[in-house]
Design a protein around this ligand. Sequence first.
Ligand code: PLP
Length: 358
Amino acid sequence: MRVFNFAAGPAALPTEVLEQARDELLDWNHGGMSVMEISHRGKAFMRAAAEAEADLRELLAVPAGYKVLFMQGGASAQFALVPMNLSAPDATVDYINTGHWSGKAIHEAARYCRVHVAADCGPAYTAVPTQAQLSFSGRAAYVHYTPNETIGGVEFSYVPDAGDAPLVADMSSNILSRPIDVARFGLIYAGAQKNIGPAGLCIVLVREDLIGSARADTPRVFDYAAVAAEDSMLNTPPTFAWYMAGLVFKWLKARGGLAGIAEHNRGKAARLYAAIDSSGFYRNEVATEARSRMNVTFHLARPELNEEFLRRAEDAGLKNLKGHRIAGGLRASIYNAMPAEGITALVEFMREFERAHA
Ligand SMILES: Cc1ncc(COP(=O)(O)O)c(C=O)c1O
């Protein structure tokens, strides 16, 4: 039986996609073999790979002049690859710090260049800065931010204006959750394991004029220009993850693309926050305008009940609601694949639990 899986990542995939993958597992594309067992350079896989890229471009309405790369190493590798590809060792780079993942990105970038922090929302990290609160260095090779902080449940509702500097975004936990204007960004990267597909794949969208000047010691498999020149097949790519991402893109297209899924996501998050706000038993600490539509963090007024809440939720088929170990409390990650019924079940469970303990 499928449960409602509220994990932050690797996260739930659409059931329809898993069913299709199951049906095709032993005999993909009438070849009598699994997609995992064939050459990435064969015609069949190359066609599927190109189709996945075309569907992703269509979903995000990627304008001309951008490369789409299918890379490995996760979003964490990009924390280093962005400075290695886009900055010189004596360069200054600007970072907006809104929580755990921006902090990690800053820490890694500081190994490669000078980091100027344009805004820091610590120590609480329960809000995002306004545009007026951003204090740029004025000489940055790029400006980096994290549109959605997966652990804190904090999401930007606007795209910062970085002036002349290219804007770089770690969209790992909210890519494909709503339409975006790609032209506002110099580079977008996202680990796949939330809204794209299985872990092992990292998508990078990069403006063509920004590539080609990676540092000399950048490994070739991590040089955006080299990867782009080989259509992300410079070495063996994670073929199964790429195939699964392609199925997820088709699933999204069939659901009205990003406008359709955005409406669905807005409704899901609104219902969950309303349930939290209407009760004195649950509490969300994030500034209203910065509440994430993907990761809803909440606390019990009586934290000693956390373990019981989690145990009973598990029994009710509501899995992985524990907050991140560094944040504590509870968290419901409700990415694209979480159906509306999952929110209904969670809200009903929360009301029931409150009635039993208030
Ligand atoms: C916003 C964000 N950035 C980066 C990462 C790190 O991703 P990876 O494990 O793919 O390196 C995560 C992981 O959850 C994340 O949520």
